[in-house]
Design a protein around this ligand. Structure first.
Ligand code: G1P
Ligand code: ZN
Length: 547
């Protein structure tokens, strides 16, 4: 069998965003669209026309519509490229953290994740592709930029004419000279979790009647949660709900926040609610933690895990440091200060944590967008966070709410909210950001909507490990007491633009800790409107999603 060249042409806009190339399924279904991107990727990785001989590629996705077709296309192109071996998840399934774990464990040269994360799926939904490098983490910008440049000049790609590889059962197959190993998607990942957490303690917790409701949102987290939480840890059958990954996620929007996981929230607010609720997203890298009648913000979750990490076997020796994305609340900064460890503030997107983790400077990282993780892989990891919480509840004997309230009484509460304005015409969103940026120098010192602005800037980051610089990562308006409003545009959407407005205010007074966040943040919300003229630019009276 020989590689055959197929003529192609550049497609507009094959530019990876915050997390890979994401487009509508219908865009990916265009003839040669996916192939064009994969060829560009391989050309960047192996040199134009170069061979991948001797290398192992990991391949899998979140099971969304188009996953199976894409897996076969990529297998053929990998064989044509001369890869020695591909490890593919059974049925084409691998969660994002599992891809990262498999790359690292099998010393693969990299992996391809087929996912659009929490974006809806199905024939009218979204699809996506992302490349992870040999440390298991998302490719850095110098690779994704080069891939984009290459997509714009391609005239042909290499593939093979072969039948589909049967990926429905584990086994080893040959595709030309390339070995295709169909692997159990859960096994390597479960081994890793067993090394990190006290499974005996968690087993005892469930044996004692502890009740969890894990909502996998009909996405790829289901098989992992079922095998580990019900299978190994002895939680009763039915603990994991919406556990079968469906191509359209059952019509759900698999993003674990209180708005999209409203069914879980409703269960957790009932009088007979379980002790803990949790949800994960499309590709199982995000998580939401809920106590009985009590929703935990992702920023607080990260801070609680950092504060108690040494109670968990995998982190017994303490944390080298912690890292959070810039818009994430400063709750973890306060914990780091108490622990005497470094806290890094990075731009949005998990790829910015990679160098800190590789260099051993950070052990735990997190984002306000329901992402938490550690140095065990190079992606955020939804089920890992849930197991971490279970381990803490098992060894402290406390409830979810108790652990969070303890954090607040020690460090004060960081009231926090994110307001999203979705589907704005791109020009309008760009204009809003441009006028904000133009005003940065004259905002400090001004009193606006009754609030005194202390400082304003556009976040820039210099990576402390490799010195690389990322500019224009979000406009920050800061008050003297550390409160802030941050504005940035989403880099993961597929339709129009999404404006994200992040609001944070620190409150040391315990008697105010039970106030509703939107009430406490009202002055900052008014400031955001006054400074950015959100209504005028977006034509929207209120955010489309508020978490
Ligand atoms: C969003 C989140 C960001 C996360 C990314 C990938 O990106 O805000 O924290 O890393 O999804 O899950 P955004 O759409 O804001 O660019
Ligand atoms: Zn995700």
């Amino acid at each position: 069998m020989n590689a055959i060249p197929i003529a192609t042409k550049p497609f507009f806009g094959q530019k990876p965003g915050t997390s890979g190339l994401r487009k509508k399924v219908t865009v990916f279904q265009q003839p040669h669209y996916l192939e064009n991107f994969v060829q560009a990727l391989f050309d960047v990785l192996h040199g134009i026309g170069g061979s991948a001989a001797g290398q192992t590629l990991v391949l899998g996705g979140d099971g969304r519509f188009h996953n199976r077709v894409a897996v076969q296309t990529i297998l053929r192109m990998a064989a044509a490229r001369g890869y020695t071996r591909v490890l593919v998840g059974r049925d084409g399934i691998l969660s994002t953290p599992a891809v990262s774990a498999v790359i690292r464990r099998h010393q693969a040269s990299g992996g391809i994740v087929l996912s659009a994360s929490h974006n809806p799926g199905g024939p009218d939904g979204d699809f996506g592709i992302k490349y992870n490098v040999t440390n298991g983490g998302p490719a850095p910008e110098k690779i994704t930029d080069a891939v984009y440049a290459r997509t714009q000049e391609l005239t042909s790609y290499q593939t093979m004419e072969t039948a589909d590889v049967p990926i429905g059962a584990c086994g080893v197959f040959m595709l030309g000279q390339m070995q295709v190993e169909v692997i159990d998607p859960v096994a390597d990942y479960a081994d890793l979790m067993r090394d990190l957490f006290d499974f005996d303690a968690i087993r005892a917790l469930f044996a004692g009647g502890f009740r969890l409701r894990f909502d996998a949102m009909c996405a790829v987290g289901g098989p992992y949660a079922k095998a580990i939480i019900e299978g190994e840890l002895g939680a009763p059958a039915g603990t994991v709900v919406n556990a079968d990954p469906l191509e359209d996620f059952g019509g759900l929007h698999p993003d674990p926040n209180p708005v999209n996981a409203e069914d879980l929230i409703a269960h957790m607010m009932r009088a007979d609610a379980p002790d803990m609720g949790a949800a994960s997203d499309g590709d199982a890298d995000r998580n939401m933690i809920v106590g009985r009648g009590f929703v935990v913000s992702p920023s607080d979750s990260l801070a609680v895990l950092a504060a108690h990490a040494q109670r968990v076997p995998g982190y017994r020796d303490g944390l080298a440091g912690v890292a959070r994305s810039m818009p994430t609340s400063t709750a973890v900064d306060r914990v780091a200060k108490r622990l005497g460890i470094d806290c890094f503030e990075t731009p949005t997107g998990w790829k910015f944590f990679g160098n800190l983790l590789d260099a051993g400077r950070a052990t735990l990282c997190g984002e306000e967008s329901y992402g938490t993780g550690s140095s065990h892989v190079r992606e955020k990891d939804g089920l890992w966070a849930v197991l971490f919480w279970l381990n803490l509840l098992a060894v402290t004997g406390k409830t979810v709410e108790q652990l969070v309230r303890e954090l607040w009484s020690t460090d004060g509460r960081c009231f926090y909210s994110r307001h999203d304005y979705e589907g704005i015409p791109t020009e309008q969103a760009d204009a809003l950001m441009a006028q904000l940026r133009a005003r940065l120098t004259d905002l400090p010192g001004q009193r606006i909507a009754g609030v005194q602005v202390a400082a304003a800037d556009d976040f820039a980051y210099v990576d402390p490990v490799d010195g690389s610089e990322s500019r224009k990562q979000g406009v920050r308006i800061m008050l003297a007491d550390g409160s802030r409003v941050v504005f940035r545009l989403s880099g993961t959407g597929t339709e129009g633009a999404t404006l994200r407005v992040y609001l944070e205010q620190h409150e040391p007074d315990v008697s105010r800790h039970s106030l509703p966040a939107q009430t406490v943040l009202a002055p900052l919300i008014a400031l955001a409107e006054a400074v950015a003229e959100i209504r005028r630019y977006t034509g929207m009276d209120s955010p489309s999603v508020c978490t």
